[in-house]
Design a protein around this ligand. Structure first.
Ligand SMILES: NC(=O)c1ccc[n+]([C@@H]2O[C@H](COP(=O)([O-])OP(=O)(O)OC[C@H]3O[C@@H](n4cnc5c(N)ncnc54)[C@H](OP(=O)(O)O)[C@@H]3O)[C@@H](O)[C@H]2O)c1
Length: 446
């Protein structure tokens, strides 16, 4: 298959009857993929951290397809013990394993830690799937030896590429400061980026390691999928603004931005998992329904090796010297007020000027992006949102209404409550923030 060749969805060319584990399948892209795979006659294990949400997702699938083979199994990727228990439970089912889809992911807005003291984003998005995959490798190899193949799909993001700058150039991933503990190193964007780069690095390392076993390993960016809960931590006002901002950018046609529906996002995963066309394809990165070259960092063999070894040590894999992450610092109570002082605002403005942010004719669109990208913006104070709102109103000539949609964004204001999964024929609740991350990254990369 040539670079950038389109491979997606050849009718009738899919495999059925496979046992497929999908992590984070209770909502978002994972749920869409799980449902689609069930419809295709596969035995799908929805590996979810929350039992109530996981079982609700299974019920939802069974309601539509009473004969579907959908099962919930508990898995918390932010807890190494839970991952080991999940694999034990899976072995007890006596099932073979054809496909593992590492889909679950988080976008944290504040630094937090997993049970094993890993920084939460890298811990959940990379180290958890790293351990899970390695504990299931023998199962996949066995299936491949009997059935001719088995597959691993890692869900990454185009944002793994440092070339996609948002406001300021991201730092290079460092194995010396893997959890971004050095002063000023941690930002939500940097940790998400690093975790998604690790997904691609792991894909590269594993595909080489598995050469000749029949087990393939690829990664995929599902594109901008608006209707997911990835940015659930952002407050309603911020999310509303981000949604408006994203939609406005799309309307302005700054660039043809590939935004996918939830179903299409799920299908990106589905086709890589079961399409006959993909048999034997390994070590590739797919994005927007095409095979693409992944970032330069992801192809750096030294980095691949270092990240692999470090991850194997943190995960206590056999054959590697175990390494434990240091205990996190004691949590400080955050002051409640979200308003910034005049002094802090002045610092912000100086920072913009220092980065050559002075407005010139014809540069407004770019400048607006530079000062309000999705990730940084999600972390910004509400006064900045108001400024940005006014700015957008001036540029687009449209009134920004913030009251209409706000309550719908997070109806009960509780991100931990299970989301009611809606039937396909109803409009699904939209939280477009993840789109903004991708959109603005792509736009600023131009
Ligand atoms: N949406 C986009 O535009 C976009 C773009 C590029 C890449 N992606 C990637 O696509 C994947 C799916 O994201 P999404 O947009 O569908 O987000 P989502 O709606 O928030 O779904 C994420 C899923 O991961 C699960 N999860 C989170 N932490 C977990 C843990 N510790 N253990 C097990 N499961 C856990 C969540 O479970 P709970 O519901 O219990 O939290 C949820 O089921 C992620 O890897 C994301 O990085 C998304």
């Amino acid at each position: 298959m040539g670079e950038n060749s389109v491979y997606f969805f050849k009718e009738g060319a899919t495999m059925t009857g496979r046992v497929i584990i999908v992590t984070g399948a209770n909502t978002g892209i994972g749920y869409a993929a799980a449902q689609n795979l069930c419809e295709g006659g596969n035995d799908v294990i929805l590996a979810c951290r929350n039992e109530e949400k996981g079982k609700a997702a299974v019920e939802q699938i069974l309601k539509k397809h009473p004969n579907a083979l959908a099962t919930f199994m508990q898995l918390d990727l932010a807890d190494m013990a839970s991952i080991r228990k999940f694999v034990e439970d899976f072995h007890e089912t006596g099932k073979k394993l054809n496909v593992l889809i590492n889909n679950a992911g988080v976008y944290m807005l504040q630094k937090q830690w997993t049970k094993d003291n890993f920084e939460m984003t890298v811990g959940t998005n990379h180290l958890g799937p790293f351990l899970l995959t390695h504990l299931l490798l023998d199962d996949l190899k066995k299936t491949a030896s009997e059935a001719g193949e088995a597959r691993i799909i890692n869900v990454t993001s185009s944002l793994h590429d440092r070339a996609l700058k948002i406001r300021k150039a991201p730092e290079m991933l460092s194995t010396e400061d893997f959890f971004l503990d050095k002063e000023g190193a941690y930002t939500p964007e940097q940790s998400y980026r690093n975790s998604k780069l690790c997904n691609v690095l792991m894909t590269q390392s594993l595909s080489k390691q598995l050469d000749g076993t029949g087990v393939t390993c690829n990664c995929v960016c599902p594109g901008m999928v608006k209707d997911t809960e990835l940015m659930r931590q952002a407050g309603a006002v911020k999310r509303f603004f981000l949604k408006y901002f994203a939609n406005t950018l799309m309307k302005l046609r700054i660039r043809s931005i590939p935004a996918h529906s939830l179903e299409e996002g799920g299908r990106c995963l589905v086709d890589l998992s079961i399409n006959e066309e993909q048999k034997g394809v390994t070590g590739k990165f797919f994005s927007n329904f095409e095979e693409k070259k992944s970032s330069d960092d992801s192809l750096d063999e030294e980095l691949q090796k270092n990240v692999y070894e470090l991850s194997a040590r943190y995960c206590h894999l056999e054959g590697y010297e175990p390494l434990d992450a240091p205990a996190p610092p004691p949590q400080e109570e955050k002051p409640k007020s979200k308003r910034k002082s005049k002094k802090a605002k002045a610092v912000d403005e100086t920072e913009i000027e220092d980065k050559g942010g002075e407005k010139k004719d014809g540069e407004e669109k770019k400048d607006a992006l530079n000062t309000s990208d999705g990730i940084q913006f999600a972390d910004a104070d509400t006064s900045k949102l108001e400024e940005g709102k006014k700015d957008l109103e001036e540029k687009t000539g449209e009134k920004v209404e913030t009251t209409e949609d706000e309550p719908k964004v997070d109806e009960k204001g509780d991100a931990d409550k299970p989301k009611e999964l809606e039937p396909e024929d109803k409009e699904i609740k939209k939280t477009d923030d993840a789109v903004v991350i991708e959109t603005q990254a792509e736009v600023t990369a131009q």
